[in-house]
Design a binder for this molecule. Sequence first.
Ligand code: ZN
Length: 220
Amino acid sequence: MATLKQGLDKRVSEYDYWAKRRQHGPEGHNNCSLWVLACMDERLPVDEALGIHVDSPAGGGDAHCFRNAGGIATDDAIRSAMLTCNFFGTKEIVILEHTQCGMLSANAHDLEKYFRDKGIDTDNIALDPTLPELKLEKGAFAKWIGMMDDVDEACIKTVETFKNHPLIPKDITISGWIWEVETRRLRAPIVGVGAEKRTLIPDVTSAPFGVKSNQPPRWK
Ligand SMILES: [Zn+2]
């Protein structure tokens, strides 16, 4: 039978390796060799939805997790995925979006107007002041915001974007999932034929939010 001292020796050395993982490159990958892209929404519990431990309890570390508005492919999401997939040993990407997303709640053109009415020139915005080379073409601001008409459609397009991106290795496993906030249920995204199988939450579009016109064509 192992002594407590032996158990503690093992625990201390394992924790030490965990703390210094990034010094080991791909060999020091996170527990699941996994990168998660999830919406920032407070009602989307990444650990519960995926059955993993991203950052709790201390010493967890199943995945690298990137959260943004919508859980969509943006330049910074691609930058983060590029780093973890090529240099930190990540072998799998999971995209996690959800029903009742705030990105369904308004039309991006109206959001752009909000800033224009305040006198902000949305055609000349420093997206990242530390990288002034990163620029939007004139008229692209509303599209950049990334509001959605349909969360299932956005999830599928986000998966495709990572699958086709030249900075993401072709052998990475990539999947997308929808968390139903109302029922705490995870399901695959569905569009077109079969969309009625969104059985519990049939309407995941912007319509219930009163959005009447289509978003700028980011997902088409
Ligand atoms: Zn959301």
